[in-house]
Design a protein around this ligand. Structure first.
Ligand code: LFR
Length: 475
């Protein structure tokens, strides 16, 4: 078995990147080839992803990757979940909506009138989020748009289709649509019929590790590739890829995949579908190798990035985040701890104002300075993370003795320390690029550069990227 080189296209809610990795049985070397902004666009009908711009940036990055690494043997794509493009034949019908667009309220009501939430949960195991694909598709149905479509592809599947001409639905991401059976992992055709959604728009399901196809000749020409390159299905839901790359002992650890969102939970072998799990809004999403990602969506660093966006707009200049975080760490006065999961924080817009409103409504003193707002956000996130870890362990009847934080949030020292303090457990931070790592590991295994089960892949991650340890302090 010898090492080989693969490329990950990893699309996050604020930026995307193309990463190349040389992966062998004993070490992984990763290098970011290109990073590009992901800036949503508000038009008259709502908030959209600029998927064409993202695709162009991904192609440019893959072209550079190939020039620099002519041995590159495959490409894998991951992104956020739930959002999709509708297609008719080869044509994309409109520009995909962003999950933070607020159009889906009608879809939620219409879907629940057909199938009540408790029954949905028993069938799909998903926490209620107003943007789950099934509500978005129901809104498209009510708007008369769905009937024009003969296909629907989640974002990574859309990119794979544009690269290869093959339409598939990778299972980890398909599990976030709400239309996949949590018990057998197949499209739930009975549920689709009851929701008045056409099963015919949904493509064939594949598992992470499957070969989707080779890049089309026109794509090869654009990338300057002189030979066929495979596109491999990875854990195309970014959180599935991130969880795969958490260097944990899955039976005893909880994870927090912290970027725009904080996804907090456990890896399980079987879903937990109890009333208590539904009432606590815990989800059973599909992981790589048939695992269950039992987790809860906490609002995440979105609270911070959207605050910074408001301040930068007001100032007309960029804010130095390192400086701002240092100022937040230096705040000594007690700050308000608010409910980071309050739905008012979901949409785009003035975040500091919404935090202040929450505080006033709940009899808390609203944070005054920017440093205090940031401190208040981080304290509130740490508390929400700790709470979700405890709830997950309780619901799944597990003992947790360590918590791993991966993703961008693992670099936030204050957040890691406060999470450890709130839980009274050690926090192990890193790797930062867990999502891209999970993406390349699945490709490398599919290509035969490495082998092993999840525990062995995680041991490889731990050898290549040693986590940083935070011990809990007395509170
Ligand atoms: C994280 C993530 C979450 C999902 C949210 C919306 O990037 O994929 O797992 O709930 O984005 O798709």
């Amino acid at each position: 078995m010898s090492a080989g080189t693969v490329a990950a296209v990893d699309l996050g809610a604020t930026s995307g990147r193309v990463i190349v990795a040389k992966v062998g049985q004993n070490a992984i070397e990763m290098r970011t080839v290109t990073r590009f902004a992901n800036t949503p666009v508000q038009t008259i009908d709502g908030l959209h992803w600029n998927v064409l711009g993202l695709y162009r940036s991904a192609l440019a990055g893959l072209g550079t990757a190939l020039r620099e690494e002519p041995e590159l043997s495959s490409i894998g794509i991951d992104s956020w979940a739930v959002d999709y493009a509708l297609l008719r034949g080869e044509r994309m019908l409109g520009t995909p909506f962003h999950y933070r667009d607020e159009r889906t309220q009608r879809g939620v009501e219409a879907a629940h009138a057909l199938v009540p939430l408790a029954e949905l949960y028993a069938r799909n195991g998903l926490q209620f989020l107003p943007f789950n694909s099934l509500y978005q598709l129901t809104t498209d149905r009510l708007d008369g748009v769905l009937e024009l479509a003969d296909g629907a592809l989640l974002i990574p599947d859309l990119f794979a289709y544009w690269l290869t001409g093959r339409r598939v639905a990778e299972r980890s991401n398909a599990s976030t649509t709400g239309l996949l059976s949590v018990t057998n992992g197949q499209w739930d055709t009975e549920l689709l019929a009851r929701l008045k959604l056409p099963a015919s728009v949904l493509p064939r399901l594949v598992d992470a590790g499957a070969r989707i196809g080779s890049i089309l000749p026109a794509v090869a020409a654009e990338l300057g590739a002189s030979r066929p390159i495979d596109v491999i299905a990875v854990g195309s839901h970014d959180t599935a890829s991130a969880v795969l790359a958490v260097p944990m002992r899955a039976e005893r650890a909880a994870y927090i995949s912290c970027g725009t969102w904080g996804l907090v939970g456990l890896e399980l072998e079987h879903p937990v579908l109890s009333d208590a799990a539904r009432e606590s809004n815990f989800t059973n999403e599909g992981g790589v190798d048939g695992t269950v990602r039992f987790l809860h969506n906490v609002m995440g660093l979105w609270l911070l990035s959207e605050s910074v966006r408001s301040w930068e707009k007001a100032d007309g200049t960029a804010i130095d985040l390192v400086e701002l975080l240092a100022a937040a760490a230096a705040v000594t006065a007690a700050v308000a701890v608010f409910d980071a999961n309050d739905p008012r924080f979901l949409a785009t817009g003035d975040m500091p104002r919404r935090i202040a409103e929450y505080c006033t409504e709940h009899g808390l003193t609203a944070p005054a300075s920017r440093a205090e707002v940031v401190r208040s956000i981080i304290e509130s996130l740490a508390e929400a993370f700790a709470d979700a870890v405890r709830t997950a362990a309780h619901l799944a009847d597990r003992t947790v003795d360590a918590v791993h934080i991966v993703g961008g949030g693992s670099q936030n020292e204050l957040l890691c320390q406060l999470t450890a303090d709130h839980l009274g457990l050690p926090v192990l931070a890193g790797p930062v690029e867990a999502t891209a790592l999970g993406n390349v590991l699945v490709q490398a295994r599919a290509q035969g550069f490495i082998d092993g089960d999840l525990a062995e892949l995680r041991a490889l991650v731990a050898r290549s990227f040693a986590p940083r340890r935070y011990e809990p302090r007395d509170r």
